[in-house]
Design a protein around this ligand. Structure first.
Ligand code: UT7
Length: 331
């Protein structure tokens, strides 16, 4: 029997209009363009400014972009997963709302969160559903409104994060293309180094209680996260290449989570990839958490060729990280 694999057949994206440049940040906190560019590779990021609009707003726009490009009838979609660390609300599914709004009447939908690894781990879930034969058309959306949990007076975090969304359609493939292998990892001892403490079940809101600013926004111990990201992302990439007998000349692209250009460069160096094979858009969007990988695919779609080998990699809060070996399925 022919093996069924999960392959991407369409992509879409949405980025908010407002551009938060390094220049603007210079007027908000004690920082400068030279520091931000040399330490992170980021020149600007997009921010969803409109009051009352959350992650679903961007997820819906990205899905609509995909639907209009692919001419797909939304009623054919069987499952929608929204990968996000910033759902619209704490106790109502963002994905369910997205599904209804785009007219995916026959789909069920759920959210997935593993911080910056959410989209990568979502790819793993999608591949299991499709390979089992249970579903044939799944929409995976990576979307985050990071600005909703950033303190814009904290220069350690406000320079890094941005908002955005990317949508990817997966379908059953019988040509051996799509997801080939995965190596996914977590280490819960890392959760203190990158977190938002307030509002979860451990430290819920209490009537009349005022939380300290430190607890209300993203807290990141940058150096520790950086070291773990560099070591672990490169490690899983090296292992997945090794066990699939992939030498560097057989790799077409590295699609790595866009958290810091120095982390991406270190990963590329470790597996011996030249810059031209490294997808990069961190300079324009910053770190969009769950949206970085689908935004890369949307931006590089026109350059990708059927059969191209892509190594996906991510690292994020939790800690969580991993790599996926993928073969692109269309021109
Ligand atoms: O996506 C999820 C995973 N997240 C990541 O992968 C992020 C990982 N971490 C990082 O990307 C980096 O650690 C940062 C970009 C957050 C920080 O870069 P760094 O090279 O680790 O800087 P640092 O925190 O060690 O700070 C170095 C210096 C310090 O000054 P002193 O003590 O050497 O005098 C900071 O106070 O730079 C200073 N600094 C800044 N200066 C200008 C810190 N932030 C800024 C800033 N502008 N925004």
């Amino acid at each position: 029997m022919t093996k069924i694999t999960a392959a991407i057949t369409a992509v879409g994206k949405y980025i908010p209009e407002f551009v938060l440049s390094n220049k603007i940040l210079e007027s908000m906190v004690d920082t400068n363009d030279e520091w931000i560019v040399s330490r992170t590779g980021i020149s600007e990021r997009r921010i969803l400014k409109e009051e009352g609009k959350g992650t679903s707003f961007m997820a819906i726009k990205a899905a609509e972009d995909l639907l209009s490009k692919s001419k797909l009838d939304p009623q054919e979609i069987e499952l929608i997963i929204v990968a996000s660390a910033t759902p619209d609300m704490q106790a109502a599914s963002t994905a369910a709302y997205v599904a209804s709004e785009i007219g995916a009447k026959n789909a069920f939908a759920f959210d997935m969160d593993s911080a910056c690894s959410s989209f990568l781990f979502g790819m793993s879930v999608v591949s299991s559903y499709i390979e089992s034969g249970k579903y044939k058309k799944i929409l995976l959306i990576g979307a985050d409104k990071n600005s909703s949990m950033i303190d814009y007076s904290n220069r350690a975090t406000c320079i890094i994060f941005g908002d955005g969304a990317g949508a990817v359609l997966f379908e059953a493939n019988k040509e051996g293309l799509g997801i080939q292998d995965e190596l996914l990892r977590t280490d819960g001892s890392g959760r203190e180094f990158l977190k938002v403490k307030k509002g979860g079940s451990s430290f819920p809101f209490k009537k009349g209680e005022v939380f300290g600013e430190e607890d209300s926004f993203v807290h990141q111990e940058g150096k520790t996260v950086f070291k773990n990201a560099v070591f672990n992302m490169a490690d899983v990439c090296e292992k997945i290449l090794g066990r699939n007998n992939l030498t560097k000349d057989k790799i077409s692209w590295l699609a790595a989570h866009q958290a810091n250009k120095r982390i991406i460069d270190a990963t590329a160096q470790r597996v011996g990839l030249e810059d031209s094979k490294v997808m990069m858009n961190i300079h324009k969007y910053g770190n969009t958490t769950s949206a970085t990988l689908p935004l890369l695919l949307a931006d590089y779609e026109s350059k990708l060729k059927k059969g191209d080998t892509i190594i996906f990699a991510a690292f994020g809060g939790g800690f969580s990280w991993g790599s996926i070996y993928y073969k692109w399925a269309y021109n």
